[in-house]
Ligand binder design. Structure first.
Ligand code: ADP
Ligand code: MG
Length: 242
């Protein structure tokens, strides 16, 4: 399934560990402005897929293209990707400003450029008045926004999120779902959002890709996945609430 206008094209990608296939012949097209959820149970291969897209790992078979260019062998820092993971991993003894600047310092950006980008991302995430605070002086939602900010500060052309809300309580999670969705629309870049949480996938995404045992089981508009699950596994998995 391949589409010339797709922004990201994953073509028949597999990742083996010895005889075990963590990902098995996955093909997926992602367009420039969509929010796509990769939904599946624990151990289904979701993080493996994100790592391949990020360039942190290489497929054993298949190719990955960004904007028509084959990036399968390209180093992670040359892919223009931002990443957000489950743990905040904010530096507790550094201010919000320093936390946000960290990815840019790693890239040896110029001081003025760093300041400009930190102000930009803080503006989007409503953190402008909190730049001199330490993480312990922020609410859980604000800490989460700093973590998002670190993924966005380098102005990526794609954001990968791996279960970023899994550690949050339900109320904060629902608040953040709405916010993250809003940032994606505002920035106009694709977000690839990995989750094992059916409600999260349903409430946030344009499309959902369901994976199980390393295989793509279903792909479609979020409501269509629920109304017409394409396999018995998908019917069971989206039918139960978490
Ligand atoms: P998910 O993110 O959906 O929970 P993962 O992508 O992390 O799942 O893992 C998928 C499968 O691949 C799991 O069975 C996991 O144990 C296996 N796996 C992941 N990384 C490795 C590795 N480096 N070596 C061996 N097996 C791995
Ligand atoms: Mg995972």
């Amino acid at each position: 399934m391949s589409n010339a206008s797709s922004y990201i094209r994953i073509d028949n990608v597999s990742r083996r560990y010895g005889a075990f296939k963590a990902l098995d012949d996955v093909s997926l097209d992602i367009s420039k402005e969509e929010f796509i959820a990769i939904l599946g149970p624990s151990g289904s291969g979701k993080s493996t897929l994100l790592r391949l897209i990020a360039g942190l790992d290489r497929p054993t078979e298949g190719r990955i293209h960004f904007e028509g260019k084959d990036v399968t062998e390209l180093a992670p820092h040359k892919r223009g990707i931002g990443m957000v993971f489950q743990e905040f991993l904010l530096f507790p003894h550094r201010t919000v400003r320093e936390n946000l600047a960290f990815p840019l310092r790693m890239r040896n950006e110029a001081k003025g450029e760093i300041e400009e980008r930190v102000e930009w991302v803080a503006g989007i995430l409503s953190l402008s008045t909190m730049l001199d605070r330490y993480p312990s002086q922020l609410s859980g939602g604000q800490q989460q926004r700093v973590a998002l900010g670190r993924g966005l500060v380098a102005r990526p052309t794609l954001l990968l999120l791996d279960e970023p809300l899994a550690n949050l309580d339900r109320e904060l999670r629902q608040e953040m779902e709405i916010e993250i969705r809003r940032y994606q629309k505002q920035l106009g870049i694709p977000f690839i959002y990995v989750t094992h949480n059916q409600e999260e996938a349903l409430s946030m995404s344009d499309r959902i890709a369901v994976i199980n045992n390393g295989r793509l089981e279903a792909l479609g508009e979020r409501q269509a996945i629920y109304d017409h699950p394409q396999t018995p596994f998908v019917a069971r998995f989206v039918g139960k609430s978490s």
